[in-house]
Design a protein around this ligand. Structure first.
Ligand SMILES: Nc1ncnc2c1ncn2[C@@H]1O[C@H](COP(=O)(O)OP(=O)(O)O)[C@@H](O)[C@H]1O
Ligand SMILES: [Mg+2]
Length: 245
């Protein structure tokens, strides 16, 4: 158990009489990029929230670095589909504010330098002084990603982070995520409904069955070198689409 970075051990989740997640286990190694695919309502976000320590299983337990997860922690950072940026703060200010709570060892100058660095990574140096109301949806999403990437948590949890974006922005940010992941090799668990996104990015893809009583029905290692754009994944794609239909 101690070798895995994240261990999900026979968890279930019920709301009242309804068991939404039937006994489910998963281990994620340090530095692994795992995608979770599954139909809407299969409990993907619930599982991610449990890893984040924002929700708790009805039975079973979750561990990060061998320690039972009992609440949120700075080792685990979450990126949601819609970023809650603080509207009265600039893009730079939002990133600095995130660092202030999650990385208290950094002083003001270090926070500023880091915020500027990550604004550069997401191509928003020119918009550093703008408030969210003056940023497009895609730009706001970039600021949110920059905020999470700047914190650089040990475990990055992504809940359909690109779901609300246009195709071009989506592809740019997928490649940015890949670049940052390849540089830092953090542990990533990403929920997505996009088979191609899962194939493009992950070392492993786990598939959930439809709820209620959803569980993991497939756990595939993606045995392909990167970059993965283009051909070569047709069988894998067809297999995954078959499981999801
Ligand atoms: N607080 C809650 N109370 C009751 N049911 C809930 C609650 N949160 C989620 N659910 C139900 O749990 C199931 C799984 O939800 P969710 O994890 O959001 O699925 P997914 O992310 O895979 O779409 C859904 O059927 C949802 O309606
Ligand atoms: Mg969800």
């Amino acid at each position: 158990m101690t070798n895995s970075h994240i261990v999900i051990d026979e968890i279930t989740k019920s709301y009242g009489e309804t068991t939404i997640i039937a006994p489910t286990s998963l281990r994620v190694d340090r530095g692994e990029f795992v995608s979770v695919l599954g139909p809407s309502g299969s409990g993907k976000s619930t599982i991610l929230n449990m890893i984040a320590g924002l929700s708790f299983p009805t039975s079973g337990a979750l561990f990060a670095r061998g320690e039972k997860i009992t609440g949120p922690g700075p080792d685990r950072g979450m990126v949601f589909q819609h970023h809650a940026l603080l509207p009265w703060m600039t893009a730079r200010g939002n990133i600095e504010f995130g660092l202030q709570s999650a990385r208290p060892e950094l002083d003001k100058d270090a926070r500023r330098a880091r915020a500027e660095e990550y604004l550069g990574h997401v191509g928003l140096t020119h918009a550093a002084d703008r408030r969210p109301a003056r940023l497009s949806g895609g730009m706001q999403q970039r600021v949110g990603l920059a905020r999470s990437f700047a914190i650089d948590p040990d475990i990055l949890l992504l809940d359909e982070p690109f779901g609300a974006l246009d195709a071009l922005t989506r592809r740019q940010l997928q490649l940015l995520l890949l670049e940052i992941w390849e540089a830092n090799r953090r542990t990533v668990v990403m929920v997505t409904h996009d088979v191609d996104e899962a194939i493009l990015l992950s070392d492993r893809i786990v598939v959930m069955s439809a709820g209620p009583e959803a569980t993991i029905i497939e756990d595939l290692t993606v045995d392909m070198g990167r970059p993965r754009e283009g051909t070569g994944a047709d069988e894998l794609r067809a297999h995954l689409l078959g499981l999801l239909s």
